[in-house]
Design a binder for this molecule. Structure first.
Ligand SMILES: Cc1cc2nc3c(=O)[nH]c(=O)nc-3n(C[C@H](O)[C@H](O)[C@H](O)COP(=O)(O)O)c2cc1C
Length: 221
């Protein structure tokens, strides 16, 4: 797939076909993705790829934590101030696509719960780093890897959603994937063949114009 097209057409996929994804395909995606930049080429990422019964155990544990109202980790802090309207807009777009009314608590909970289940994707990826590393610096590297995963996946007809929700309850992830407390969970990626009939997959989030996010220096001299 042409690079420009892939970058422009990538969007988060939150509804998947049940079709399995082969280990070989996932290996290809990860091999491509690990060409990502990293500070001093440390390649700090550790990658757990989960499917089948293990994924089921993780998602069941997450769902139990959610049902019991257990506190999540402090990974996700909602954007506030000038940024809040952007967050709210995405939520509105998704709820509108899924025809979930504001007052429909049951459906909203159903929607929320899917996130903790990797959006029912056939495969979940967990990205983590060693606690020994400088967290601020190396989270950035993992972000670069995650973006590459989303683009590399498209080459194989796969869709992705980078997400915090699947790792916000650390209990099941750490237990079933044997990830010790010496590791920091950074992000998750749900991955699988997209169900293009799933309404939320048709949502395209807007981007700010270049002029609004860029300051130019020395160009008008
Ligand atoms: C670090 C990170 C965490 C995210 N966590 C979630 C999440 O928990 N649930 C979710 O539905 N989407 C999550 N997203 C996806 C964003 O909402 C999405 O990327 C954004 O709205 C832009 O939409 P697009 O990916 O379709 O371009 C996350 C994205 C990033 C980069």
């Amino acid at each position: 797939m042409e690079l420009k097209k892939a970058i422009e057409e990538r969007s988060s996929v939150r509804g998947f076909l049940p079709d399995p994804v082969s280990k070989e395909t996932l290996e290809n995606v990860i091999r491509l993705a690990t060409h990502a930049v990293s500070a001093e080429n440390c390649q700090p990422w550790e990658i757990a790829v989960v499917t089948g019964d293990v994924l089921k155990k993780v998602t069941e544990d997450n769902s139990e934590c959610l049902r019991e109202g257990l506190p999540t980790s402090d990974l996700y802090v909602p954007a506030m101030g000038d940024y809040k309207p952007r967050r709210v807009e995405v939520g509105k777009m998704l709820f509108s696509a899924m025809e979930i009314a504001r007052e429909d608590k049951e459906k909203r909970f159903w929607w929320l719960s899917r996130g903790y289940r990797f959006f029912d994707a056939p495969v979940g990826i967990v990205l983590y780093i060693d606690k020994e590393l400088d967290e601020n610096c190396y989270r950035f590297d993992v972000g670069c890897l995650a973006q590459n995963i989303t683009l590399a996946a498209m080459e194989y007809g796969l869709g992705t959603c980078v997400a915090y929700q699947p790792i916000e309850y650390e209990r099941g992830i750490r237990q079933h994937l044997s990830i010790s407390d010496d590791k920091i969970l950074v992000a998750a990626v749900a991955i699988g063949y997209p169900d293009w009939e799933f309404a939320a997959n048709k949502v395209r989030t807007p981007r700010l114009p270049v002029e609004e996010v860029t300051t130019w220096y020395g160009f008008d001299e």
